[in-house]
Every structure is written in structure tokens, then in C-alpha cells.
Ligand binder design. Structure first.
Ligand code: FAD
Ligand code: MLT
Ligand code: ZN
Length: 484
């Protein structure tokens, strides 16, 4: 990958323009001017520390108008930019590749309105997901998306990646819940589509293009989203399961017994639980060891009804030996503990150095087979083991949102290693394409998956995407070098 010479290099004059526009405190500058206000490194490297860019300028506009002026100036002067929210993305999309200017939305963090009757919430893109959710919880509602990075990711970043998360099975995708978007195009045009309407069939639904665009066509500055009421009754159960066949049965029967209250059905394999156990040193909630575990959550309106449903499911699952062992959380602390064995996997996997992450949609019946095939492939190549000299790979794990047929296949390594990478790619992508799956279920393509889009999209579709990109961003300044 080479720096595109069409893009201008940052000069003192550019920096002075931005400082005059935004004020000194809204820019983190390195090398170009004396008054560096902050450490620039965190903006240059991603959550996994896999990618490292070389920007010398991070801008933090405080309003949509400021974003508009910044982008117009960048577009006029051929300065490439990277939109950045909480920088929790997992595909290298949120950091520069070379010297692109980072436009960070952290200062755009105002909640604009909330209507308790309709549940419609309108806020700036830079509001942190957990802040939005806490605000809503105080008003008897919840944000319809929840994920492990909630304390740092921003709702604008969530929309830009079309994040899926832990309860998509119940509350649906952002393509359905987001009602409106305010965004700025590279030429400074403000697209005000901050609709609060549930239904609006007046031509193309252009806001959908920004949902999952990963910062390639404009910057999302505000969103309007429909939020469900806070469930009055929440239950969490955690089960050990003897086989993948039984796990599928557990899912099928959970849908039957729990139907409208089922809010999450998450898969964790035995290896993923060993990883959390060895990194945190915590005692696992279940005594025995199982090849599979699942976490089942219910969200309902009446605790007695929900408890009765869950008990009936439990009785059925235990007596039919669909699950081998299980535990039901008795209070909120226990719920959080059980969730930590699922949500903690991502962070623990990074413990040894690097992680190869694959976020895949696969038909349910085949979903876990990929983990087994990958494990076997790496085992035969002799790269998995305990000897740091000989074995780059620590372990191969599978977990994810089973309720959405979304597998996270992760290979935890001691170092990023060319041989391991060549064993995995394109093997994983070919495997998924053969089953008509998707090579990116919820994380996006960013930089990591860029070379592989063809495994999930036809040339015709990629061609149409390029036409849209050229229409919205004819000079190509928005998040260059990434997937499009
Ligand atoms: P960033 O990482 O800053 O950016 C992500 C992408 O969006 C980049 O391409 C960036 O250029 C673009 N972008 C950001 N803000 C804007 C904007 N305002 N306008 C235009 N483009 C923008 N993801 C899931 O889907 N499900 C999960 O369950 C999940 N769990 C996670 C758990 C952990 C522990 C971690 C670290 C990550 C997890 N993720 C998950 C991935 C990540 O958190 C999500 O992709 C999240 O939505 C990114 O939000 P962010 O604000 O951090 O965006
Ligand atoms: C998750 O479901 O935990 C996230 O998508 C993060 C990951 O894939 O590790
Ligand atoms: Zn996930």
C-alpha cells in the first residue's frame, strides 16, 4: 500500500486555518506546531494495536457546522481524512493508514431530545453508547444496541459500522431502529435527514447508506433512533452443553419456550472459557468443563411470567439432557458475572500478543464446523502449542451471537506471524464463501478485510458501491485506502 500522491501534505497554513476555526483546544497537533496539546498516539493506533497510522493532526469539531467547515476545507485542499468515534473498531477502519487527518467526534456529545411516549431519542454522534443507555434507563428506556465496548464506543461509530451486538436477536438491527441521520458530505453539504418518523416512503432511503458505510462517504453528526422500554424483568442463565448438535437444539427450544422474551442467545466454546479463566484467574460459574456453553437472557414485562417460562425451559432442557449443567442468576451482580464470561472474551484473547479475528455469518448448522476445521488445519501445521519459540498460536476459539448465526472465530497468538496468516487466509474466506456466508457479519471491512470483499459481494455489487462512493466523495478524501 502506497500513500496516494494526489493528497496534499499538511502545512503550517492548514493547521493555522483549523486552529482559527476550532480554537486551540480542539486540535491535537504533533510536529507541525509547537503547542501540542495532547498525546497524539492513541488516535493513531487501533484497539488491538494492530495498525498504526502517522497523522500529525487530530481535529475535534464541536458542532455540525464546524464539521462542515473542516470537511469543505479538506476537500478544497485535497487533505485526506479519517472519521473517528470511540476507536473501538476491530478492522482497522478508524485510524489513519498514512498521514490522513483524524476527525474525532468526541466533543459532539450532546443529547438533543427524547420523547417518552414514542421512545425516539436524538443525539450527537459523539455520545458514548453507555452514556446514551444510562440516560435512557433513567427514563425507563434502553438503547436498542449493547456491546462489550459500550464504555468507549460512540453512537455515531455504532451507526457507521452498523454494529450488531448482544441483543440484535430481540431488538433488531440499526438499519431498522435508526429513523434519521444528520451527516456532512466531504464538500461540506449538511444532509439533514434527522427524521423522527417510523414510516417514510418518499423515495430512496438515503440514510441507510450511512449505516455501515464506515466513514467512506461522509461524517455522521447526529442520529435519531427508536428505543424500547426498559424491560421490567431480566433473567440470565448460563449452560454447559455436550455437543454442537445439542446446542442447536437448545437454541431451537429456547425460541419455542421463551419466544417473545428471549433477548440473547450467546455461544462460548470451551476454549474461550479457558482463555477467560486463565487470564482473569476467576472461577468459572459451572463446576464441570464442557465443549460448549450458552448464555440465555430474557427481557420481559412481568417477572413471574418470565420466571415460569424460564423454569419450564430449564426443566425441559435438563430432563431431555439438552444441556448438561446450568446456573440461573439470582440478582444483578450474578447477571453481570455471568455476562462477564461472554463479554470478557475479546479482551482476554489479546493477552498473549496478537489476535486474528474473523467475524462471520454462517448458516447455523455449519457454524461451529469452521472452528474445528481451522483448529485441525493449524494443528497439522504444528503452529499451536505451549512453546513460545516453536508455536506462534496459543489457541483457536469460537464464540458469538448464535441467535444471529454470527460466529467469532479468533486465533490468539504470541505474535502476528506470516505463516499463520497464510494458513488462515484465504482458507477462512473460501470456507465461508462456499457456504454462502458473509466474511463480515457485524464489524465491517475497514482495512483488514479490504482484500476479501469479493468473497461476499459480486463484481456488480462492488461496482455499484464504487459508483456511490464516487458520487458522494468524488475526490476520494473520506477514509482512503480502506475497503472501497
Ligand atoms: P470507531 O472505531 O471510532 O470507528 C469505526 C468505523 O466507523 C471507522 O471506519 C470510522 O472511520 C467510522 N466512524 C466512526 N465514527 C463515525 C462518524 N461519526 N461518521 C462516519 N464514520 C464514522 N461490534 C459489534 O458489531 N458487535 C459487538 O458485539 C462488538 N463488541 C465489541 C467488544 C469489544 C470489547 C470491542 C473492543 C469492540 C467490539 N465491537 C463490536 C466493535 C466496535 O466496538 C464497534 O464496531 C463500534 O460500533 C465502533 O464504534 P466506535 O465509536 O468505537 O467507532
Ligand atoms: C463480541 O461479540 O464480543 C464482539 O463482536 C467482539 C469480538 O468479536 O471479539
Ligand atoms: Zn460480536
Amino acid at each position: 500500500l502506497q500513500r496516494d500522491s494526489r493528497f496534499a501534505k499538511l502545512t503550517e497554513e492548514h493547521v493555522n486555518y483549523f486552529k482559527d476555526l476550532l480554537g486551540k483546544d480542539s486540535a491535537v497537533i504533533d510536529g507541525v506546531s509547537q503547542d501540542a496539546t495532547d498525546d497524539i498516539e492513541p488516535f493513531n493506533s487501533d484497539w488491538m494495536r494492530k495498525f498504526r497510522g502517522h497523522t500529525k493532526l487530530v481535529l475535534k469539531p464541536g458542532s455540525t457546522e464546524e464539521v462542515s467547515k473542516v470537511l469543505k476545507y479538506c476537500n478544497d485542499n485535497m487533505l485526506a481524512v479519517v472519521p473517528q468515534g470511540g476507536n473501538s473498531g476491530l478492522v482497522g477502519g478508524s485510524v489513519p493508514v498514512f498521514d490522513e487527518i483524524v476527525i474525532n467526534t468526541a466533543r459532539m456529545n450532546q443529547i438533543r431530545s427524547f420523547d417518552e411516549a414514542s421512545g425516539i431519542f436524538v443525539a450527537d454522534a459523539g455520545v458514548i453508547l453507555e452514556t446514551a443507555d444510562s440516560y435512557l434507563q433513567e427514563r425507563n428506556h434502553i438503547f436498542p444496541l449493547d456491546l462489550g465496548a459500550k464504555g468507549s464506543c460512540q453512537i455515531g461509530g455504532n451507526v457507521s459500522t452498523n454494529a450488531g451486538g448482544l441483543r440484535l436477536l430481540r431488538y433488531g438491527s440499526l438499519h431498522g431502529n435508526v429513523l434519521g441521520i444528520e451527516a456532512v458530505l466531504p464538500d461540506g453539504t449538511i444532509v439533514d435527514d434527522l427524521s423522527k418518523l417510523r414510516k417514510n416512503n418518499t423515495g430512496y432511503d438515503l440514510k441507510q447508506l450511512f449505516i455501515g458505510a464506515e466513514g467512506t462517504i461522509g461524517i455522521v453528526t447526529g442520529i435519531s433512533i427508536i428505543c424500547p422500554q426498559k424491560p421490567q424483568a431480566v433473567n440470565v442463565a448460563f449452560f454447559g452443553v455436550e455437543s454442537y448438535e445439542k446446542l442447536q437444539r437448545a437454541f431451537r427450544d429456547a425460541k419455542g419456550y421463551l419466544s417473545e422474551v428471549l433477548s440473547a442467545f450467546e455461544l462460548m466454546d470451551g476454549s474461550s472459557q479457558q482463555v477467560v479463566n486463565s487470564v482473569t484467574g476467576k472461577k468459572h460459574p459451572l463446576e464441570g468443563e464442557y465443549p460448549f456453553y450458552c448464555l440465555i437472557e430474557t427481557n420481559g414485562s412481568n417477572s413471574e411470567h418470565d420466571a415460569a417460562k424460564l423454569e419450564a425451559f430449564l426443566e425441559h432442557a435438563m430432563s431431555e439432557e439438552i444441556v448438561a449443567d446450568g446456573v440461573l442468576a439470582q440478582d444483578e451482580t450474578q447477571m453481570r458475572t455471568l455476562w462477564s464470561w461472554r463479554e470478557g472474551i475479546t479482551e482476554c484473547l489479546g493477552h498473549w500478543g496478537g489476535v486474528y479475528k474473523y467475524d462471520l455469518s454462517i448458516p447455523l448448522s455449519d457454524l461451529y464446523q469452521l472452528v474445528e476445521d481451522t483448529r485441525e488445519r493449524l494443528n497439522s501445521a504444528g503452529v499451536i502449542g505451549d512453546d513460545p519459540e516453536k508455536h506462534p498460536v496459543v489457541t483457536v476459539v469460537g464464540y458469538g451471537h448464535m441467535g444471529d448465526s454470527n460466529l467469532h472465530l479468533n486465533i490468539s497468538t504470541r505474535r502476528f506471524d506470516k505463516e499463520v496468516e497464510q494458513l488462515l487466509e484465504p482458507f477462512v474466506y473460501e470456507w465461508v464463501a462456499k457456504r454462502n456466508g458473509s466474511i463480515s457479519a457485524e464489524h465491517g471491512l475497514g482495512l483488514t478485510k479490504k482484500p476479501f470483499i469479493g468473497y461476499s459481494r459480486s463484481d456488480t455489487m462492488i461496482g455499484l458501491m464504487k459508483q456511490i462512493k464516487n458520487l458522494y466523495d468524488p475526490k476520494g478524501i473520506m477514509n482512503p485506502y480502506k475497503y472501497i
